[in-house]
Design a protein around this ligand. Sequence first.
Ligand code: MG
Length: 315
Amino acid sequence: MCEIGEIKNLASASREEQTRFIESFDHVLSDMDGVIWTAFKAFPDAPECLTRLKNLGKRITYVTNNTTVQIDEIHRLLQRFEFPGDKPDVVTPSRAYINYLKSLKFSKKLFVIGGKGLKYELKQAGFDLAETSAVPLDETLPALMGALTDDEEVGAVIVDYEINITLMKLQKCLTYLKRPDCLFIIGTADKTLPFPRNGPLIGNHYFVKLLSELSERTPRQMAKPSPDYNRFIVENYSISNPSRVLFIGDSIEEDMKFAGVGGYKKLLVLSGSAKKDDVVRWTRGQDAKPDYYIDNLAALNLILGMAQSRSNRKI
Ligand SMILES: [Mg+2]
């Protein structure tokens, strides 16, 4: 276990150390929720910070676990707030699912627990989705039993975040997962999602656990912190030297663990789920331990601005 206070605030590091840090990476993988924005409202100076990094020659790629909105919409929001980046620079589990299913030449139906954004991406990619009835079931056991018939056309179950998740949808997943040839794929599996008011929101962890236990199946996760999601990024975003890649994230369980899996440098921001207490009392092991933490991207922007003016003075 690490000692208290071992993780340094980048803002308190010496100028030389800050410069060494800035020069230590060429590619930034940045989480979105809790890092660049919250509830799709940009944090102050976050667009400027990422633009500065881009102008310094760093490649910027956004890596989120959020599939609730489609990638077109995320791109539109990036543009609206003047963040750098185009559509291909946004990585979501939707992209990883599609890539994986296409690699298998998957042609059966998908049963999806997930939001509109995910369903849109899957349909756009040409996949056939098994529809769930919009009409609530009669609250009787015979009605429930009648509805739980298997559909052998369903070849994969994807469990992601869905606001309208129901007992019936979970039951259907279990029915399909009884067939060993039915793929079991999951996205985010957090216990909770940070939310400014009336939160926390219930995360997918509990639903995934329930389905794994009752089906006695281990799902393939295509979201942070899974190695499969990292493999997708490494193969599709030309990462040849992970030690020259910086991951910026607000979650220890998702982002810092994922950065550990990928062998990336780690910068933890305190503008989302991780709090100061997490960094002063580090108990989570070395793999997920951030190299530095910083309050938010505004503080990083300040450091980048000062480093830039120092190097301009030298010229
Ligand atoms: Mg986040």
